[in-house]
Write a protein that binds this ligand. Structure first.
Ligand code: ATP
Ligand code: MG
Length: 202
């Protein structure tokens, strides 16, 4: 599952858990983006902060892990590169790429989109406020197996990282929207605070 994870929240975790259960996956690898191409121009938190929040959020689940592949590539992140790296790392695995309905809706604009479906099966999960519809993809996927893209309904959590950032920047709570350790990490690192200028010794 790729994402900016700025910050990771319970919507991401429920999506991963649901897909793992439905497809009987051995492992879900969370891959925080390096430089997210779709978010260029927007300010994104430091990769190490997003990576550490993802580690904190997933640490208690033995089937969840975090990959640094996109962060360490040091270039703009394209999912096709993520999947090529995962394929190299797990040569014999059946790969599934988990994505929310909003992200899946514009998959045809992703770099080398046709190769994506050769590298992995795609699972689109429902997300409040976005339509779970792949009719527009059907024509383009005619030459691919029927399970190239599967859509599944998951418990609706109307949580987004943008809203978590907005809340944190306004001093409003993010408790219960993100895991407890992530709440504490955000506060400890003064993430999303407009002018964080604490005094540091050391
Ligand atoms: P932002 O508001 O900054 O775009 P986000 O909440 O959309 O953040 P991303 O890191 O952009 O989080 O998303 C990573 C993946 O998780 C995407 O495929 C996205 O569609 C999916 N996703 C995010 N939030 C949810 C949610 N509440 N329910 C289902 N899928 C989600
Ligand atoms: Mg998003």
């Amino acid at each position: 599952m790729g994402g900016t994870f700025d910050p990771i929240h319970h919507g991401h975790l429920v999506a991963a858990s649901e897909v793992a259960n439905r497809f009987d996956l051995d492992e879900v690898v969370f891959v925080p983006t390096g430089v997210p191409w779709q978010k260029s121009g927007k300010t994104v938190s430091a990769a190490e902060d997003r990576y550490l929040m993802t580690v904190i959020a997933t640490a208690s689940n033995p089937r969840f892990s975090v990959s640094r592949a996109d962060i360490d590539r040091g270039k703009m992140t394209y999912t096709v590169d993520t999947l090529r790296d995962l394929r190299e790392h797990y040569p014999d695995a059946d790969l599934y790429f988990i994505t929310g309905a909003d992200a899946l809706a514009n998959i045809l604009t992703w770099q080398d989109w046709s190769e994506l479906f050769e590298l992995a099966k795609f699972v689109g999960v429902s997300r409040p406020g976005f339509e779970l519809n792949i009719d527009h993809l059907a024509e383009h996927l005619r030459d691919y197996p029927a399970d190239a893209v599967t859509m599944i309904e998951i418990p609706a959590l109307a949580i987004s990282s943008s809203e978590c950032r907005r809340r944190a920047s306004e001093g409003r709570p993010v408790w219960y929207l993100v895991p407890d350790g992530v709440v504490q990490y955000i506060s400890k690192r003064h993430l999303y605070v407009p002018e964080a200028n604490g005094k540091v010794a050391g």
